[in-house]
Design a protein around this ligand. Structure first.
Ligand code: GLN
Length: 321
């Protein structure tokens, strides 16, 4: 497909129309470095299988992955140990609770965390990354990310330090995990790797490309490189649909219908699988989308970003359902 200027025009118009929805949220105040960011920003980038990028709005600013990293950590771990090994240690059940809730873990006492996208499951998964130290685990994850996006990744030190100092809830969760024998490494090491993965800097363009690779079941249609198996991609997409937007995943599935993952920095990674039968769909052959809008709603999802995806999905018939 040739680069289509109409797609860009349309995205620019939708950014303008949806910017105002930022007032429905606020920046993540519990991590001070995220709290002070300008909440009014909104940007989107979409990439198709021919490598056409359509980027509109505030797209030059980098932000941290936060919970979006949980998708890639899960995939990286599955690539290393196999899906079976990972699913023996973390389940694929949504909780319907907040991402950092201690309730499903403490009250239900499951024999493994409910899913790798709630913080309890994510800390468990990060701690399992290959490498003896959190530094080595981080290097493993960073090189996996670098292979996906094709350039070096950097850590946002300020965000890392800010979250490290304010991570009381995650520290509490990690102690629960340790007590339940889900953590083989020490609590502080587990927190270090988890917070590092959350503090990796990305752009909406990076997210769009990763979304494209997930949409194409681990295959990058631009470079023709196969990064992970269909089997792993399938479970990643199931998790994105059922748990990717936390306790508003049902609503997101109903109104947007695209496998996606959000982070409290205001980023959203969306994987639009090929939908060859669609009449109205501009991206019949599949696409990846990255969104940035730092004002987040109570569930921790970008307020304006979610509204914009809702509009795009409706207008272009992107829902997989
Ligand atoms: N680092 C954040 C935390 O643990 C990630 C949460 C998120 O993006 N939803 O609180």
């Amino acid at each position: 497909m040739q680069n289509n200027p109409k797609i860009l025009e349309q995205l620019e118009a939708w950014v303008e129309e949806n910017k105002g929805h930022a007032i429905l949220g606020t920046t993540a105040q519990y991590i001070p470095a995220l709290g002070k960011v300008d909440p009014s920003q909104l940007g989107i980038c979409m990439v198709d299988e021919d490598g056409n990028y359509y980027c509109a709005g505030d797209t030059d600013k980098e932000f941290t992955l936060q919970s979006i990293s949980k998708v890639m950590t899960f995939i990286a771990l599955c690539c290393h140990y196999g899906l079976e090994f990972v699913l023996e240690r973390v389940d694929v059940e949504p909780t319907g609770e907040a991402f950092n809730s201690i309730i499903p873990f403490e009250i239900h006492r499951p024999n493994k965390p409910f899913n790798p996208f709630i913080n309890a499951g994510a800390i468990t998964v990060s701690a399992l990354l290959p490498g003896r130290t959190s530094q080595k685990k981080y290097e493993y994850l960073a090189s996996f990310l670098e292979e996906l996006v094709g350039h070096p990744m950097e850590l946002d030190r300020e965000v890392y330090d800010s979250e490290w100092k304010s991570s009381h809830r995650n520290r509490a969760l990690a102690y629960y995990l340790k007590e339940a024998n889900f953590l083989e490494i020490e609590v502080e090491e587990a927190l270090d790797i988890y917070i590092r993965q959350c503090s990796v800097k990305v752009s909406v363009k990076d997210l769009a490309l990763i979304g494209l690779i997930i949409a194409y079941d681990g295959f990058n249609p631009i470079t023709k490189v196969k990064h992970f198996s269909e089997e792993i991609a399938q479970v990643a997409k199931v998790l994105m649909v059922t748990c990717g937007m936390y306790n508003s995943s049902g609503n997101f599935a109903a109104h947007v219908g695209i496998p996606a993952k959000s982070g409290v920095s205001g980023g959203i990674l969306a994987a639009v699988p090929p939908k060859l039968h669609s009449q109205t769909y501009e991206f019949r052959a599949g696409a990846g989308i990255g969104v940035y809008g730092p004002a987040i709603d109570v569930q921790g999802n970008s307020a304006a970003g979610t509204m914009m995806l809702r509009q795009i999905s409706k207008e272009w018939d992107l829902s997989i359902f």
